[in-house]
Design a protein around this ligand. Sequence first.
Ligand code: KG4
Ligand code: ZN
Length: 342
Amino acid sequence: MKILGIETSCDETAASIVENGIKVLSNVIASSVDLHKKTGGVVPEVAAREHMRQISPVIDKAMDDAGVSMSDINAIAVTHAPGLITSLLVGVNTAQTISYIHKKPLIPIHHIAGHIYANFLERNEPMKFPIIVLTVSGGHNELVLLKSHYEFQVIGETLDDAAGEAFDKVARLLNLGFPGGPVIAKSAEKGNPNAYTFPRAYLDKKNKYNFSFSGLKTAVMNEIRKSGPQMKNVKCKMINDIAASFQKAVVEVLSDKLVKAAEEFDAKEVHLAGGVSANKALRETTAKKLDNKIPLKYPEKLIYCTDNAAMIAGAAYFLSKKFPERVGDWSGVEVYSQLPLR
Ligand code: KG4
Ligand code: ZN
């Protein structure tokens, strides 16, 4: 089964052809990130205009790269939520049009389900359930229990900022650029992670699997204000030390809650998903805490960590296997996603 996936929830215009949920035949991504660097964050209006410009050439290239024509495609999958509504609409309207003209079933996919299924791309061995997934990116931060295919239970989420959002905001405070994750990670490699003791919000028992990063962000901001004049020189050691100490605080909380949840829910696998899953420190710290007791997986390629359409096509395949009656049905898409819509 070959599915054309389309993803336009934020600033990446992406299309991909995936066979049977695993084999990636093509994966095309046009990012408007350079335009957003000027503003230090994604401007929805700018992102939507870029999607309009890019969507047709990106889909054409995905078809060409895979060497397929519409007659080879079994279904069209598209991200329907969550995301920037003006961005989502470009992908959804395009997918609806292709589906209508070529008489192909349309499969709406939840963006976070997509990130979760990015871990299944290019995997040969079968997954073992239950799986605990930490979904961490710019817009979302959840702990999800995947009991079987497409059976999600959100057991924790952020009470304020998502981890990626915290990386982006701190990078902005440090004048390191956008997106923040990769630049903070790079700066952190040269810094001392124990130079500053930033707060870690483990929260009370009721919130043991929830997250909060706003206090950490404020603590970093206060430290930067205090050290004001010295921060002017972007090459200074202090920036690297703050980046390293901040990253350590985020990674410790994320990995700690993930590993505790894995133990409590008797997970057979632990997964990292979403843009922040690209973070080396997060991967290494989580692996160390798991101590080879439970296998740790993250997307096979870095390109599957951040937004892409292969994960959407992959998720659509597993959804269509589990709920064949739902393919092409837009009513109650949330019912089987069980994931937050914003
Ligand atoms: O999944 P994604 O592409 O978009 C959303 O669904 O939000 O994730 C983007 C986020 C950004 O906040 C970015 O700073 C973060 O992922 N990110 C990273 C790394 N690479 C990307 N965060 C930490 N370390 C990284 N290496
Ligand atoms: Zn995403």
